[in-house]
Design a protein around this ligand. Structure first.
Ligand code: IMP
Length: 427
């Protein structure tokens, strides 16, 4: 069996957690391939709600091996905090595997993330403040600390020493902060070594062998297409490759092993942090989407910016990821509107554009061209098949599908595992 990639098609928080969790029961391994604890998945299993930040969704599915791939940046305190939290609730986390090549978020990078944002003032990105950007920057700068370095203290010390030679200058001289000592950083990281040791593996080898044996691997992207460092709304993006291409580099498997690319798309749009957002609603409708959809960050608790469905973005996501199937989420949140606008194109300085504009300047000027679809008032949270949906809800879904560039495989009508209408199988 081949590998499946699952990615967010908008600005994140599309409901990937629920989709990964559902697929987790059907696949043998779930791999997180990018990002770190900037992500936030809310998974509802029966009466229980779990908020995961760093651990892959498959952790909640017995029989599924969760893998933290080389493309992830790992905050070890968060990792073990999350493991302890799940264990205390009776979830077995012993299957977790962590790549020896994954980079570690050192405490100086959390500090740098926060002070740099403050320093940027009005130009800030609105990061999660978890040290993600500085850690990926270190990786590219070749001064990063990797999981494997914890198992060679001499090397670890040399690397921390090298990184701090630069970082302390910036912290003290630019940001007026206290310097970090090599001893304190090394001691902090080494404290996790013993617990980490049994989880660490060559995950590229493990995944390729699993695929050779006919196992199914789900590669789960953190954040989303428009937060991707290459394909997102740069510079208002995260620092990793959140699109389907990142699934290969972030896990160590070749692109020819990927059979399906599943794009998760919400029936409306949200974004956290700064940056352009053409369909954003700053009125009562936006407030209503936020409160009905509980649109508050899982990681930071920040209220999410809300707006109507943007089909230009969905088509763009279909294109840059090669989406084979879309999973539409949170359709139930739209119940009760008489008419629902859907953005089908942009007006950019008087010119209609049906595709994502080439430049960021144009995207900042993009004004949505809306098509108005009829709404529905019936409660749809109990629907289990497409035919159970009111006619107008069916028409809304079908129109979105026509506009979005790939077929819809399932529709979410509530947070629970059961509140899903399956249109075609994903695995
Ligand atoms: P960073 O990933 O903390 O560097 O933040 C960069 C941008 O990505 C900010 O706008 C964040 O709000 C956004 N971001 C990061 N992770 C997520 C996520 O899981 N969902 C939504 N937005 C995110």
């Amino acid at each position: 069996m081949p590998a499946l990639v699952l990615i967010g098609a908008q600005w994140g928080d599309e409901g990937k957690g629920k989709a990964t969790d559902q697929l987790g029961g059907l696949v043998d391994l779930v791999v997180k391939f990018n990002g770190g604890n900037n992500a936030g998945h809310t998974v509802v299993v029966g009466e229980q709600t779990y908020a995961l930040h760093l651990l892959p969704g498959g952790i909640l599915s017995p029989g599924c091996t969760p893998v933290i791939g080389n493309g992830v940046v790992v905050d070890l305190a968060v990792l073990f905090g999350e493991i302890d939290g799940l264990e205390a609730r009776g979830v077995d986390t012993s299957r977790l595997v962590v790549s020896a090549d994954a980079h570690v978020i050192a405490s100086y990078n959390c500090t740098l993330d926060r002070v740099a944002e403050r320093f940027l003032g009005k130009s800030r990105i609105g990061t999660t403040g978890r040290g993600i950007g500085p850690t990926y920057a270190d990786k590219m700068n070749r001064i990063g600390i990797r999981v494997q370095d914890l198992f060679d203290e001499k090397i670890l010390r040399a690397k921390v020493d090298g990184a701090l030679a630069l970082k302390n200058q910036v912290l003290v001289k630019v940001y007026n902060r206290k310097a970090f000592t090599v001893d304190a950083v090394v001691e902090e990281l080494m404290a996790y070594r013993e617990r980490l040791a049994p989880m660490v593996a060559d995950t590229s080898l493990l995944l390729n062998r699993a695929l050779d044996e006919g196992k199914t691997v789900l590669l789960e992207g953190g954040q989303a297409t428009l937060l991707d460092v290459d394909h997102g709304t740069y510079p208002f993006v995260t620092s990793s490759s959140a699109t389907a291409g990142g699934a290969c580099t972030g896990s160590g498997i070749g692109p020819r092993r990927v059979d399906k690319v599943i794009g998760i798309v919400k029936a409306y749009t949200t974004r956290v942090g700064e940056g352009p957002f053409p369909t954003e609603l700053l009125d009562e409708d936006g407030e209503r989407l936020r409160s009905v959809g509980s649109e508050y960050g899982t990681t930071t608790g920040r209220p999410r910016r809300c707006g109507w469905y943007d089909a230009v973005i969905a088509r763009y996501a279909a294109r840059v990821n090669g989406v084979t199937d879309f999973v539409l989420t949170k359709l139930d949140v739209l119940t009760g509107w008489e008419s629902i606008p859907v953005c089908v194109a942009y007006d950019v300085d008087g010119t209609r554009q049906d595709e994502m504009p080439m430049t960021q300047t144009e995207f900042h000027h993009a004004v949505p061209v809306y098509e108005h679809l009829d709404g529905w008032s019936e409660d749809i949270s109990g629907a289990r098949e497409f035919a159970d949906l009111p006619k107008n809800a069916q028409a809304y879904v079908r129109r979105l599908e026509e506009l979005s560039g790939a077929p819809f495989a399932s529709i979410g009508v509530g947070p629970d595992r059961e509140q899903t209408l399956q249109l075609r199988p994903l695995v």
